[in-house]
Design a protein around this ligand. Structure first.
Ligand SMILES: Nc1nc2c(ncn2[C@@H]2O[C@H](COP(=O)(O)OP(=O)(O)O)[C@@H](O)[C@H]2O)c(=O)[nH]1
Ligand SMILES: [Mg+2]
Length: 381
């Protein structure tokens, strides 16, 4: 049985924080949320949802409930999405929110996000670590994963927002409670599924640039989470195809043209990335690493990292083709030890916003070095 301790009145806003083995971090989180809630002109309830914890998270949460007047909910089965869903479903607040316990996302942006939803200017106001105006302190590998993931989602569905996985979101209670039954995932893909469902059913999703200071410790298990995200996207893609085949309306058409217009400087940047990753830094990195997969991963990371991080605040700064093709081309030469010339054409979009991306990589490997020349072209109309 789930355990729920409710405050008696209906709050205007309910801030949920999902907690899994967070005994050491919970009090700091609740102290800051209490301060924030007390500064607001409307009633705000704070709810901790513990699930799957093997440490003292639940005991700490119960002690904090007495001290700070918060609400606690315990869900038997683990899963971040399941925890948020349970708390949101149990709530009757007009506005629902969640934040990670580590408060990586700056909660001082929350009142403005509450106003967006309360005033009806947004149905969902989502924190973004990718859009312009963000200040982000994060490991480069996490940034890269987020950007690649954002690119994949853009490529598949082209929603008018980029950061689907940010751990701070504010949503309209009535709008989102009506969607929760359609969201199948109970863990990390929950956010993506909810956002795409909301957008496809006509709700306004507004991306709010957020200061983000990431905690080093994470509860994310990378391999299984990446697999979960990709299989979730495949499931949504299959559902869309089935809906189209059955003649039902599959939601708004992808708007690739908006996000995919590539400026001349982006082409120059792509080529520069390839040149740097090739005979220069890439060669040095390659020589230092053992043969095989690690080399290609190293070069892929270098090229992708330079390209993606060179433009941190930009929308769709580096086409995913650059990242993928650089890895493939240089990886192939490293693995075979022979010169390769790889012409690649990919990404034929559909509908009114047609996108064509062509990349040609010429790769040479004299004496164990890699050379790469990249030409990436993209047109949107
Ligand atoms: N209730 C609950 N919360 C979870 C679960 N898994 C993760 N969380 C919480 O989800 C939030 C985000 O996790 P975190 O490790 O900070 O992810 P990261 O910021 O992406 O590295 C934290 O508040 C976690 O405690 C779970 O199975 N159940
Ligand atoms: Mg975190």
């Amino acid at each position: 049985m789930d355990e729920l301790n409710s405050a008696p009145t209906t709050p205007t806003v309910e801030i949920v924080t999902p907690a899994h083995n967070e005994a050491d971090y919970l009090e700091r989180c609740i102290r800051h949320l209490r301060e924030l809630a007390d500064s607001l002109p409307y009633e705000t309830r704070i709810t901790v949802v513990d699930s799957g914890s093997t440490d003292d998270t639940w005991l700490v949460a119960r002690a904090l409930a007495d001290r700070y007047g918060i609400n606690t909910l315990r869900v038997r089965r683990p899963g971040r999405g399941r925890a948020i869903r349970a708390a949101w479903r149990a709530s009757d607040a007009a506005v629902l929110a969640y934040t990670d316990v580590d408060l990586s996302g700056d909660i001082s942006s929350m009142p403005m996000m509450f106003d967006l939803v309360l005033s009806g200017r947004a149905d969902l106001a989502i924190g973004s670590r990718i859009s312009e105006g963000t200040r982000v302190s994060r490991r480069w590998s996490r940034t890269l994963m987020s950007r690649v993931y954002a690119e994949i989602v853009q490529w598949m569905a082209a929603p008018p927002f980029l950061d689907l996985q940010c751990g701070l979101k504010v949503v309209s209670g009535p709008a989102v409670r009506a969607l929760l039954d359609d969201v199948e995932n109970d863990d990390w893909f929950f956010d993506t599924e909810l956002l795409l469902a909301a957008w496809q059913s006509g709700h306004r999703v507004v991306e709010v640039p957020l200061a983000w200071h990431e905690r080093v410790r994470t509860t994310v298990r990378y391999t299984s989470t990446i697999a979960e995200d990709l299989s979730g996207l495949a499931r949504l893609g299959a559902r869309r195809i089935r809906a189209a085949a059955a003649g039902s309306h599959p939601g708004p058409a992808p708007d690739h043209a908006v996000l995919r217009r590539v400026a001349a400087h982006e082409l120059i940047q792509s080529s520069l990335v390839a040149l740097i990753a090739g005979p220069g830094a890439g060669g040095a990195v390659n020589r230092a690493l053992p043969r095989g997969l690690r080399r290609s991963v190293g070069v892929l990371a270098l090229a992708a990292g330079v390209g993606a991080l060179a433009n941190p605040g930009r929308r769709a700064a580096v086409p995913i083709s650059d990242i993928v093709f650089t890895g493939l081309a240089l990886g192939a030469t490293q693995l075979t030890g022979r010169a390769r010339w790889l012409p690649v054409a990919l990404r034929l979009g559909s509908g009114a916003a047609r996108v064509v991306s062509v990349a040609v990589w010429v790769v040479d490997e004299p004496a164990g070095q890699s050379g790469a020349v990249g030409v990436t072209g993209e047109s949107a109309r």
